[in-house]
Design a protein around this ligand. Structure first.
Ligand SMILES: Cc1ncc(C[n+]2csc(CCOP(=O)(O)OP(=O)(O)O)c2C)c(N)n1
Length: 274
């Protein structure tokens, strides 16, 4: 596979710190896209602001690098204007779950055909390590030097409850699984949400005694389990271990937002309103 077909070589080297996992997600995305058979010229990648937001700058697709927390709002506009396009959002846990959390739940509620890939490094990386809604309880951040007291979200459960018809979780320690998950999400008709754990040794790790990226990958492995195995766990184990894999998939393309909107357009045309 020619990976450079999908990358803007002139934008490299990237800005990500040594040991950062964001490049692994980008790599998994490119491989997933290649396997999906989707048309690169009919695909738009959209991001907000953050280290994760830089991903779209490195991708050789039509792209929009938008404002912090608003990638899904822009993506909704693009998809509504041209439902033929494959519209993909790349966002961070701050961008997508804090300032942009509102857009995330409403896009899921509408079941609009977007694929959202959320780079969860459990912190605001770009701005220096403030805690995000995904910083674990008890973990340190520059704005929580004595430990974070907030509980964090389960983003897959949140988006599923809001109406997402595809939710999945992956992690950078297992890029092969992540690639498979992203490919399935890309091909899903409806709102698909993929959360990927990614290590941030510089902003998160240094404050939490895990500055070595390899140790962070080992920790990811310890704190996660494949969904098939996870389902056998006790309730106590399920509280502390995250399931990986496709967690929810409902196939009903007629329930998709732009499909339903098209029906309204047709109805008004029939009645001669337009
Ligand atoms: C409206 C607005 N508020 C705040 C900021 C500052 N800001 C830029 S990136 C960012 C957080 C990024 O964290 P995350 O989305 O988790 O991405 P990461 O950098 O960790 O990949 C913040 C608060 C901004 N650019 N715009």
């Amino acid at each position: 596979m020619d990976i450079y077909k999908y990358l803007r070589k002139e934008k490299l080297p990237h800005i990500w710190c040594p040991g950062c996992g964001h490049g692994t997600i980008l790599n998994s995305f490119v491989r997933a896209f290649d396997k999906s058979g989707l048309n690169q010229d009919k695909t738009v990648v959209i991001s907000g602001i953050g280290c994760s937001g830089r991903a779209t700058g490195y991708l050789n697709f039509d792209s929009l690098h938008t404002t912090h927390g608003r990638a899904i709002a822009f993506a909704t506009g693009v998809k509504m204007a041209n439902p033929e396009l494959n519209v993909i959002v790349m966002t961070g846990d701050g961008d997508g779950a804090a300032i942009g959390g509102n857009h995330l739940i409403h896009a899921a509620r509408r079941n609009i055909d977007l694929t959202v890939i959320l780079f969860n490094n459990q912190i605001y990386g770009m701005t220096g390590g403030q805690f995000s809604p995904m910083t674990p309880e008890g973990a340190n951040a520059t704005t929580a030097p004595y430990g974070n007291i907030d509980r964090n979200f389960d983003l897959c459960q949140l988006t599923k409850a809001a109406g997402a018809t595809f939710t999945a979780r992956g992690a950078t320690f297992n890029p092969r699984q992540l690639t498979n998950i992203i490919k399935k999400a890309l091909l899903h008709k409806g709102f698909s949400f993929v959360e990927s754990f990614t290590q941030c040794p510089v902003r998160y790790g240094k404050l939490n005694q895990t500055a070595d990226p390899v140790d962070m990958l080992k920790l990811q492995k310890q704190k996660t389990a494949d969904i098939k195995k996870w389902l056998q766990f006790s309730d106590e184990e399920k509280e502390i271990i995250y399931p990986l894999g496709v967690l929810n998939e409902e196939i009903n393309p007629e329930n998709e937002y732009t499909f339903r909107y098209q029906k309204i357009i047709e109805k008004t045309l029939e009645k001669g309103v337009l």
